[in-house]
Design a protein around this ligand. Structure first.
Ligand code: PMV
Length: 351
């Protein structure tokens, strides 16, 4: 096999999976990683995780024997989370009853960059572990493989399920969209040329770990006073965004994108146990982006994930103008900037 190393009892695979940035945000979940509303994201390119997984003989009696290395060092904390995830899904990875697995994982972005790595990490882990299962069953890596990988990624970290698909991906049941599902993401294929190769400049405002994890943030939506309206709004916006992307309606894209970022943070600020993740630099960057758009008629907008860092989104043809603006006018606000863009989805790598 071209890019797989196989000996009698060893299988080794390697996958690269990108991160993604949500335009319509997933915030609130129920049951086993079921989203309370649908969401739609842009898959990135330069921000990715690579995972090399090797299936080999067991050396202990553990039900799941996993050695998890992150950037060359044994990482017991994340390794425990991954081992629990594999044990919970042992029927999908039945080879773990007989064999052990060693995972070597690394990120393309610096650890301190404040970029959420669980989407790309669980995307890559799900792809690699499912690839091994498919090889043992002598099955092809067809569309069904990617759908199942998306489902398995979701069980590791919700938003990871969207990273399995190129360009734009939608996750979560939605009455207005026929093939949308709570179990896995689907690719949004009707994209107007203006939204192709969309750019995302990630301004790292703060590189410290988050004060409040996404897990806690999601749980605060359970008794949130505005939860019902929020879920209805997000579902409506997801359906609208599908049409906006197909039609090339840049103004509506900007409106939904920025309002989603502010709504996500408004949810945090208005939950019973309220909290604040934006920093002064976040606000300054947002104001400058809005002002630059108004003065220069350049369709650039911002979004945020669950942290203080600002993602600046703009169509490819405005790259020069926006990058000059970032380098000239925002340089005192960010610690670092990562220039990323729409990506083609995960990749199986040769070993
Ligand atoms: O996948 P999680 O549990 O890390 O949650 C991600 C939540 C947001 O990044 C804030 C929004 C999203 O849809 O990605």
């Amino acid at each position: 096999m071209g890019n797989t190393t196989e000996t009698t009892n060893q299988i080794k695979v390697k996958w690269r999976c990108p991160s993604n940035i949500a335009i319509v945000k997933y915030w609130g979940k129920k049951g086993i990683q079921i989203p309370c509303n649908s969401s739609l994201s842009l898959t990135l390119s330069n921000s990715y995780t690579e995972v090399e997984a090797t299936l080999h003989e067991k050396t202990t009696l553990e039900s799941v024997e996993l050695n998890y290395y992150f950037e060359g060092e044994l990482n017991e904390k994340f390794g425990k989370r991954v081992a629990d995830y594999l044990a919970d899904n042992i029927e999908v990875f039945p080879y773990l009853r007989m064999g052990a697995v060693t995972i070597h994982s690394s990120n393309s972005f610096p650890h301190s960059a404040g970029i959420a790595s669980s989407a790309s990490a669980f995307g890559a882990i799900a792809l690699a572990m499912l690839d091994i299962a498919y090889q043992l069953e002598e099955k092809e890596l067809d569309d069904d493989f990617y759908r199942r990988a998306s489902e398995m990624a979701r069980l590791g970290s919700g938003s990871a399920c969207r990273s399995i698909f190129p360009s734009y991906a939608l996750w979560g049941q939605n009455d207005a969209i026929e093939d949308a599902s709570d179990d896995y993401a689907v690719e949004v294929t009707q994209i107007h040329p203006i939204f192709k190769d969309m750019r995302d400049a990630i301004l790292i405002i703060e590189d410290e770990p988050k004060k409040v994890s996404s897990t806690i943030g999601h749980s605060l939506m359970n008794d949130h006073p505005f939860a019902a309206q929020r879920f209805t709004q997000a579902n409506k916006r997801t359906a609208e965004l599908v049409d906006i992307l197909a039609e090339g309606d840049v103004d509506s894209f900007i409106h939904i994108c920025e309002s989603e970022a502010l709504t996500l943070h408004a949810m945090m600020m208005t939950s019973t146990d309220y909290y604040l993740l934006v920093k002064p630099g976040t606000i300054t960057a947002i104001e400058k982006i809005m002002q630059f758009r108004l003065e220069n008629m350049v369709p650039v907008c911002f979004t945020l994930d669950a942290g203080p860092n600002v993602h600046i989104l703009y169509p490819d043809k405005y790259q020069e103008a926006v990058e000059d603006f970032i380098n000239d006018e925002l340089k005192d606000i960010y610690k670092k900037v990562i220039f990323d863009h729409e990506g083609q989805g995960p990749q199986k790598l040769s070993i």
